[in-house]
Design a protein around this ligand. Structure first.
Ligand code: FES
Length: 197
């Protein structure tokens, strides 16, 4: 199920989809809501794959989808972003992602399918205590002159590179997880399924 959040420009698109959001009002009406869910909605809640049209995702932008109740980020990275990956490896805890969670086809520096190495698909959940890190794609800025872009967890300060690989010496023990995914066409991504990939 798609949300319409997009960083860093905060431009909104992909409207029309319904976002599942918790809250007191929802809890009060949970039984009738579940009873009235369509078959496809029930399948999505149970973890069915989520289709993502990334045709309008511009280089440097991030959009968030929801899969199995977790935020899944899709980031279209620029060439500059990809060039930072090799430079940062000496500073990372697990540069090869050997102790982290991703499908075999994403065991590479980009943590992406190699026919779309510019596109990162990742669960946006910090591996320390589960906060959702913030996206800081630009070099420098408030994270310091040596920051090359990536993700920063505001809860306890863990830093990740633009592939979600955690820096050494951070509270977070592992890189952020990459879910199974595949492309059903050039710009249509299926999150949560790779059996046909
Ligand atoms: S939850 Fe992210 S650093 Fe603690």
């Amino acid at each position: 199920m798609a949300s319409d959040e997009m960083d860093p420009t905060r431009r909104r698109f992909l409207t029309g989809a319904t976002t599942v959001v918790g809250g007191a009002g929802l809890l009060a009406g949970i039984v009738p809501f579940v009873n009235s869910m369509s078959v496809s909605a029930r399948a999505q809640a149970a973890g069915a794959p989520v289709e993502a049209d990334i045709s309008r995702l511009e280089p440097g932008q991030k959009v968030t989808y929801e899969w199995r109740g977790k935020p899944v980020w899709v980031v279209r990275r620029t060439d500059r972003m990809l060039e930072t990956l090799a430079k940062l490896e000496p500073q990372l805890a697990d540069p090869d992602s050997s102790g982290s969670d991703q499908p075999p086809y994403c065991e590479n520096p980009e943590r992406a399918r190699q026919d779309r190495r510019d596109v990162l698909v990742m669960e946006g959940v910090c591996t320390h205590l589960g906060c959702s890190p913030s996206y800081f794609p630009d070099a420098g800025g408030e994270l310091g002159s040596d920051w090359l872009g990536g993700f920063f967890c505001p809860c306890h300060g863990s830093k990740y590179d633009i592939s979600g690989r955690v820096y050494a010496g951070q509270p977070a023990p592992k890189n952020m997880p990459v879910p199974p995914h595949m492309y059903v066409s050039e710009n249509v991504l299926l999150i949560g399924d790779d059996e046909r990939g």
